[in-house]
Design a protein. Structure first.
Length: 299
């Protein structure tokens, strides 16, 4: 199979799953973070239903600690596609007492997203939430099915998932239950970048090398900001960096890089020894941090 055929296969598989979601569920939604995987999913959804509009809205859970470039890109994309965007805010969950904000220099709102997300899915009555998780990212995500069953509390039990033989996906559920859908589960980080290059999909500038103030902390390079500031003997330095994955500013690490084109980014990733999520501080809080969050209802 050639590289072109490989990407065609992955595209066809993802489009088939997106169409299955539209066929089986009355109220699906696409979870949009502004990261490359959710951008890719939005592109695939547009192709899946063209020339009709994408038949489900985009939902962004805003931590309040997003990169400004991410929000600017999100708003430009939604305007360009004429998509329906829904936003729910972690700050509202904090203000209402639904979650308690972490304090101190290492505090993060990333984990607080779970409550805001589950509340949004309940409020808006969405029964299937489409996400951009991939099996190559992290060992907990490697356990996921394409149709990931969630119980009445939005929680995930990896031992209680449906078989998916012969590309048959079972979306049957009880009224209180729901599904998370992962159409690009079989894609790798390199597959994503090769497809972005082939399809000429625009991305936020954060994914390409640029100079910005950085704080080195516990082996990570974090973008200095109002919520990331020097502690102890830490200093702010100007570094040439880019981001491999984008999330809450408090847990998204950068890599030093000179890659300013897609060809250079792809070459850099092909030679990288660190995994993509090795730059995420939230995955380092415990040995099973991702699985713990997923069991609670995380993406």
């Amino acid at each position: 199979m050639t590289a072109y055929q490989h990407l065609n296969y992955l595209e066809s598989e993802a489009i088939y799953i997106l169409r299955e979601v539209a066929a089986q569920f009355e109220r699906p939604v696409l979870l949009f973070s502004g990261g490359k995987d959710s951008i890719l999913l939005t592109h695939l959804a547009r192709k899946a239903f063209w020339p009709a509009a994408v038949p489900f809205p985009l939902l962004h859970i805003d931590t309040g600690h997003n990169f400004p470039e991410t929000i600017a890109y999100r708003d430009e994309l939604v305007a360009r596609l004429g998509a329906r965007l829904l936003v729910r805010y972690v700050q509202d969950s904090i203000d209402s007492g639904r979650v308690a904000e972490e304090t101190g220099p290492y505090a993060s709102r990333n984990g607080l997203q779970t409550v805001t997300l589950l509340d949004a899915l309940t409020e808006l009555r969405f029964e299937a939430a489409i996400g951009g998780a991939r099996r190559d990212e992290e060992k907990a995500r490697a356990k996921e099915r394409f149709f990931s069953h969630r119980d009445g509390f939005g929680q995930w039990d990896p031992k209680n998932q449906r078989p998916e033989l012969w590309n048959l996906y079972n979306g049957r559920k009880q009224p209180s239950e729901s599904f998370r859908i992962f159409p690009i589960s079989n894609w790798t980080e390199l597959d994503v970048w090769h497809y972005i290059q082939r399809e000429a999909i625009p991305l936020p500038p954060l994914y390409f090398a640029h100079t910005r103030p950085i704080i080195a902390r516990q082996g990570m390079l974090l973008a200095a900001s109002d919520v990331i500031y020097p502690v102890g003997d830490e200093v702010v330095e100007q570094k040439r960096i880019r981001f491999r994955t984008i999330g809450d500013m408090t847990c998204t690490g950068a890599v030093e890089s000179s890659a300013v084109t897609l060809d250079e980014v792809i070459a850099e990733i092909a030679a990288a020894r660190q995994t993509e999520r090795g730059t995420r501080a939230d995955d380092k809080r415990s040995e099973a941090a991702m699985e713990e969050r997923k069991r609670q209802g995380y993406f």
